[in-house]
Design a binder for this molecule. Structure first.
Ligand code: PLP
Length: 451
């Protein structure tokens, strides 16, 4: 009954008469049709079937202020009336400049002490691609052109474009493209205590083991050849809201500093307040060199993502070519930036990041009270309004169900029938552990919605 099984048993050819009935939009699946949403407001989606769905995941943790916000719509229209588009080769707009100022001001240390500039593009994948190129350019201009390698982690997701997929280890999605992906990427273990901390091993010992593994990987490649280490501070779609054990990111930062390797944190899913602080890395006491954000930045009202970069990088480029020639037609688009700025102003004015932290406590209690006693629930974890339930076949061995019985997908489908949308994760599809669903409602969610 899973999606995977349905796809595998689909007929290879479809008769012309039923083909002409098919929708013309290329969907993710050629055999299953998605539901049509006719309107959306607050935390609810209205389907063409008449069903009302409580959006418990905001798509994939995107909708941070809920749907249909009129203030955001007004700001979008106002920007369209002012300037709908200009090319960044010759022009800038106040909406793009203001959004950059806003994001850097809420980042730890402010732009004077931490992240100095922001580059805006249309999706998380694009942001990560830009970040990989930026990191490479940093070393190129610094006189270290031999640095060609990226180190990432197993069970990570950084996007679907060729470069961002190359640094991801979402295996099933990569299979057909493996031969055209970048080869200068390697992977170390995820920091995923529930599944991989050994019995009898303390948290400190587990962290030391992970850092030693990363060090060994840097040594294998030659640390002087490594550009950056890429990681999600709280891992989203590949294992379900997994925060690293205490001290892990501090250890990673120390190791990167030792070898001059850049630390690139991917906060596309966990950033912009989702974990109860603007950036998830604030809870780890580290400052990255590069951060990528997306999803919550535009809250679903605009396709917008960003690369935030530290002064160290900006200074090197300034002293070198004085350029970042990663020009894209829709880079820093005035309307998407104005829309995102309107979303972010609402978040700040209504203290929604703080609200996210508070509502998160309530959500975690509700999830624990409701599900922790269930036979197949192995772990319930998260931060802020970013929570996951991990399903296991056996609570002692923590083994997952087989691929043909993906519990997360089944849970999602059954919850949907009851009128609740949750986001299912990779888990067993990957051949690895972490069969889960994510619950990530808007920060504006009410106590009634959560109940
Ligand atoms: N990085 C992370 C951590 C993500 O969760 C995602 C999307 O789910 C991406 C990158 C890719 O973003 P997009 O789908 O906007 O290209």
């Amino acid at each position: 009954s899973t999606r995977i099984a349905a796809t595998a048993t689909a007929p290879a050819t479809v008769p012309p008469e039923s083909r002409s009935q098919e929708r013309r939009l290329m969907h993710r699946s050629l055999t299953e049709s998605p539901y049509e949403v006719i309107s959306a407001s607050g935390s609810y989606l209205h389907l063409s079937t008449g069903a009302l769905i409580l959006d418990g995941c905001g798509g994939a943790a995107v909708a941070i202020i809920g749907h249909g916000n009129e203030e955001v719509m007004a700001a979008t229209v106002a920007q369209m009336q002012k300037v709908s588009y200009v090319h960044t080769l010759s022009y800038t707009t106040s909406s793009a400049e203001d959004l950059a100022n806003f994001i850097l001001e809420v980042s730890p240390g402010g732009f004077q002490h931490g992240l100095e500039k922001a580059y805006f593009c249309g999706s998380g994948s694009e942001a990560n691609d830009a970040a990989l190129k930026l990191a490479r350019q940093y070393f190129y201009e610094k006189g270290e052109p031999q640095r060609k390698f990226f180190v990432s982690r197993a069970q990570s997701y950084h996007g679907n474009s060729v470069a961002s997929m190359s640094v991801s280890s979402n295996l099933p999605r990569k299979v057909p493209y493996q031969d055209i992906l970048m080869r200068n990427v390697s992977f170390v273990s995820p920091a995923y205590a529930y599944q991989y901390q050994r019995s009898g091993e303390t948290e400190q010992e587990y962290v030391a083991r992970l850092i030693a593994e990363l060090d060994a990987e840097f040594q294998r490649i030659g640390p002087e050849n490594v550009i950056s280490f890429i990681a999600e501070p709280v891992v989203g779609a590949t294992s379900g809201c997994v925060a690293a054990p205490k001290g892990y990111f501090a250890g990673v930062r120390k190791l990167c500093d030792k070898y001059g390797i850049l630390l690139h944190l991917d906060e596309i899913m966990c950033g912009m307040g989702r974990t109860g602080t603007y950036f998830a890395f604030e809870q780890e006491n580290v400052l990255p060199d590069i951060v990528t954000i997306g999803k919550g930045l535009g809250g679903g009202y605009a396709p917008v993502a960003a690369v935030l970069m530290s002064s160290k990088i900006v200074d090197t480029l300034r002293a070198g070519s004085a350029a970042f020639n990663h020009g894209q037609t829709y880079q820093a688009h005035p309307v998407t930036c104005a829309t995102a700025l309107a979303v972010q102003k609402i978040v700040r004015r209504e203290s929604l990041v703080q609200r996210c932290a508070l509502m998160g406590m309530l959500l975690s209690k509700l999830l624990m009270d409701t599900f922790s006693g269930c036979k197949f629930v192995g772990d319930i974890r998260g931060r802020g309004l970013f929570w996951a339930i991990e399903f296991v076949r056996d609570k002692t061995t923590k083994e997952t169900f087989s691929t043909s019985c993906h519990f997360g997908y089944n849970f999602q489908q059954n919850a949907f029938k009851l009128g609740l949308a949750v986001y299912p994760g990779a888990g067993t599809v990957d051949g690895v552990r972490g069969d889960h669903v994510i619950i990530a409602p808007p920060f504006t969610t009410s106590v009634v919605d959560l109940g």
